[in-house]
Design a binder for this molecule. Structure first.
Ligand code: DUC
Ligand code: ZN
Ligand code: ZN
Length: 472
């Protein structure tokens, strides 16, 4: 199948240009600037399909580097399967996800990864890779890290939170970082001081503070900033690069910035929920409504003014990636597990479908440039997670993962509107975006067009990833 995308504005992290894109099979064959549009033949007449992108942006497909499909967590299982979650991602212009395979203490890392392959294989609408959570750092799991790097799983997530479930001690973290510095992998860190949080949670519950908002009030910004600093100090001892996931506190990013400025190889990710949602407006809604927005790190207080600072850190590249931490739970029976006890609410928000739109709104609002939108949502994740060369850009030879985005369009987010995730509510209900994902190509196949899904489960394949380009 050959496709010519005509008359659009190609937007990449490097810049914007008026040019056509020729897709041949699964990859981009050529970028044709005005003047070379014909290549000596009437291309429009000789290709299988012409897509007119007049007035629209032609951008690399989104890469969401942080999702949790069908993950067992908090006594239940994240409600999107690989099938439903990746299809929803495609609807929103995301053409690659990197999901977290999870290992807990006592389990073999290789078995856990095999289980994630089993869940995803043949079910995905778009391409996917895996990070590996190592919840039980020991001699076997350290050795397994080397094996996984050879299999294209080149990033490992550790937790400083969730004692008794995922938490690694400082010694275990140090050992995993040493291993990573030896095999070229990158450590991703959930940086919150879990032991301190557990004390604050127990005290709040003992005082009868059971509403969802106490989830945030028992995870103050200090718990994030302290853990961020500790994680970076441990990484500095080993020389391993470090990527801090889901950063929400401006003070934590300030810590990261200070180490970055000293030349250390440390990176930060944030998520749409921390840029738009808050303790006051969402988590504190009456009754049990706030449970929809219980996630960790938590939504923070507007009064503390984190959001503007996070946008600023996105501009200065102290935060370099936007992922979703897509971890969907239904309100009925899942979030409701925490009625009367906020600590039993499964942690997570579902956004995999809306990230490209939500961050495009940052362009409309004058917070980031068009190029930065592409860089944060596609190009840097590709470079960070060893996919560049294939994903994250519009260049000849790259996979034809392409989004045609209409800046004159409109997207109304809502459970009965643009929502395709397997959730009975939307954390983004009523949000309106001044733009629209019109057409999505995933490895050369048109999967979204004319407000219809044209893909099939199994279109997406496993991506064996290389090492991060940010390693030195
Ligand atoms: N945070 C969440 O909100 N959900 C899944 C795991 C995590 O760290
Ligand atoms: Zn986490
Ligand atoms: Zn996560």
């Amino acid at each position: 199948m050959t496709i010519l995308i005509k008359n659009g504005t190609i937007v990449t992290a490097q810049g914007s240009s008026q040019a056509d894109v020729l897709v041949d099979g699964e990859t981009i064959a050529a970028i044709l600037a005005p003047g070379e549009r014909t290549l000596g033949v009437d291309l429009a007449a000789s290709v299988d399909r012409v897509i007119d992108a007049t007035g629209k942006y032609v951008v690399p497909g989104g890469i969401d580097g942080h999702t949790h499909m069908e993950m067992p967590f908090g006594g239940t299982v994240a409600s999107d399967s690989f099938e439903t979650g990746t299809r929803a991602a495609a609807w929103g212009g995301t053409t690659t996800i990197i999901d977290f395979a999870v290992q807990k203490q006592g389990e073999r890392v290789q078995d856990c990864l095999a289980e994630w392959h089993r869940k995803a294989d043949g079910n995905c609408a778009i391409d996917y890779g895996f990070h590996q959570v190592v919840g039980g750092v020991d001699a076997d799991s350290l050795k397994a890290m080397d094996e996984l790097v050879d299999e294209g799983v080149t990033t490992f997530k550790l937790f400083m939170a969730y004692p008794g479930v995922f938490l690694s001690s400082d010694g275990q973290i140090l050992q995993a970082m040493q291993q990573a510095s030896g095999n070229g992998a990158m450590i991703m860190m959930h940086a919150e001081n879990g032991s301190a949080i557990d004390v604050l949670v127990a005290q709040a519950l003992a005082e009868g503070k059971t509403d969802p908002k106490y989830h945030s009030l028992t995870r103050p910004w200090e718990t994030e900033a302290e853990a961020t600093n500790r994680a970076i100090m441990l990484a500095r001892m080993t020389g391993a690069p470090l990527y801090i996931v889901h950063m929400s506190a401006k003070q934590a990013v300030n810590v990261l910035q200070a180490h970055k400025d000293e030349g250390w190889n440390v990176f930060g990710e944030t998520c749409p929920q921390y840029l738009y949602l808050s303790l006051e407006d969402q988590l504190s809604q009456p009754g049990f409504e706030g449970a929809k927005w219980v996630c960790s790190t938590p939504l923070r207080s507007k009064a503390e003014e984190h959001q503007e600072e996070l946008w600023r850190y996105l501009r200065t590249n102290d935060l370099s990636v936007i992922s979703t931490d897509h971890c969907p739970f239904c309100f009925k029976e899942q979030k409701e597990m925490g009625v009367g006890d906020f600590s039993k609410i499964p942690n997570g928000i579902g956004s995999v479908e809306h990230r490209m739109d939500l961050i495009y709104q940052g362009v409309v609002d004058g917070r980031i440039s068009l190029q930065r939108w592409v860089e944060l949502c596609s190009t840097t994740p590709a470079r960070m997670f060893g996919l560049y060369g294939r994903k994250g850009d519009i260049r000849p030879g790259f996979d034809a993962d392409i989004v045609i985005y209409d800046p004159a369009g409109r997207t109304e987010i809502g459970y009965h509107k643009t929502h395709h995730m397997n959730m009975d509510h939307s954390a983004w209900e009523g949000v309106v975006i001044d733009g629209h994902v019109d057409t999505v190509l995933s490895r050369g196949k048109v999967v979204i067009d004319d407000n219809e899904y044209h893909g099939a489960k199994g279109d997406g394949v496993f991506l064996k990833r290389g090492l991060s380009q940010y390693l030195i």
